[in-house]
Design a protein around this ligand. Structure first.
Ligand code: ZN
Length: 210
């Protein structure tokens, strides 16, 4: 499978970290617009999103999180690395997994037992406008679903079945859970699917973002 490449080297001179907005900013609640022009400003945005995501650090970032209301996301998990423009989930598994998610736009909190399809197929354009399809499962599928939700103004807090599943976290734990990464606690748990209390798919526990 082909993925659009992220810059292999993040040059210090050319790096641009954008400010990540939090829930006070209404941009996070709006439906983002489809991209119609694949031009240098889009390339710039995507390059800045990679820099911003890795600096945070996180494993995924959607353009509304940097105050740009466009349907663009970047995500990275182990060998998988994608920049997707106008992504759409065209297929999702009936199997669902519960997992813990954090969000760079909701600092200080994570949500437990968030239900996501175990696998998804996403149709999108790459940064040059070419149509691509990405098949994802496990954590990568979770990250993509979280980021695509951002493009529709949906936050993980909207996906909580029970309010008590939202909890405050210490900075260390938050960093681990940022944007969908498994928390250290979950990494240690022997998981595999079970409907209610099994954490996320732990097949790929070493999400690595920076
Ligand atoms: Zn998020």
């Amino acid at each position: 499978m082909e993925y659009p490449a992220a810059p292999d080297e993040v040059g210090t001179s050319d790096m641009a970290i954008r400010r990540i907005v939090t829930t006070e900013n209404p941009v996070l609640r709006r439906k983002a617009h489809k991209v119609s022009r694949f031009d240098p400003s889009l390339e710039r945005l995507i390059a800045d999103m990679w820099d911003t995501m890795r600096d945070a650090p996180g494993v995924g970032l959607a353009a509304p999180q940097v105050d740009v209301p466009l349907r663009v996301l970047v995500a990275e998990h182990e060998e998988e690395r994608v920049a997707l423009v106008n992504p759409e989930i065209v297929k999702r598994s009936t199997e669902e997994l519960l997992g813990t998610e954090g969000c760079l736009s909701i600092p200080g909190y994570v949500g437990d037992n968030i239900r996501r399809a175990a696998a998804v197929t996403v149709k999108a354009r790459d940064p040059r406008g070419k149509e691509i399809r990405v098949h994802a499962d496990g954590w990568f599928a979770r990250i993509l679903q979280h980021e695509i939700d951002h493009l529709d103004g949906i936050l993980f807090t909207d996906r909580l079945d029970r309010p008590e599943d939202l909890r405050e976290v210490k900075p260390e734990e938050e960093e681990a859970a940022a944007e969908g990464r498994p928390t250290p606690e979950e990494r240690a748990r022997p998981a595999r699917r079970a409907p209610r209390d099994i954490p996320p798919d732990v097949e790929s526990p070493q999400a690595h973002a920076s």
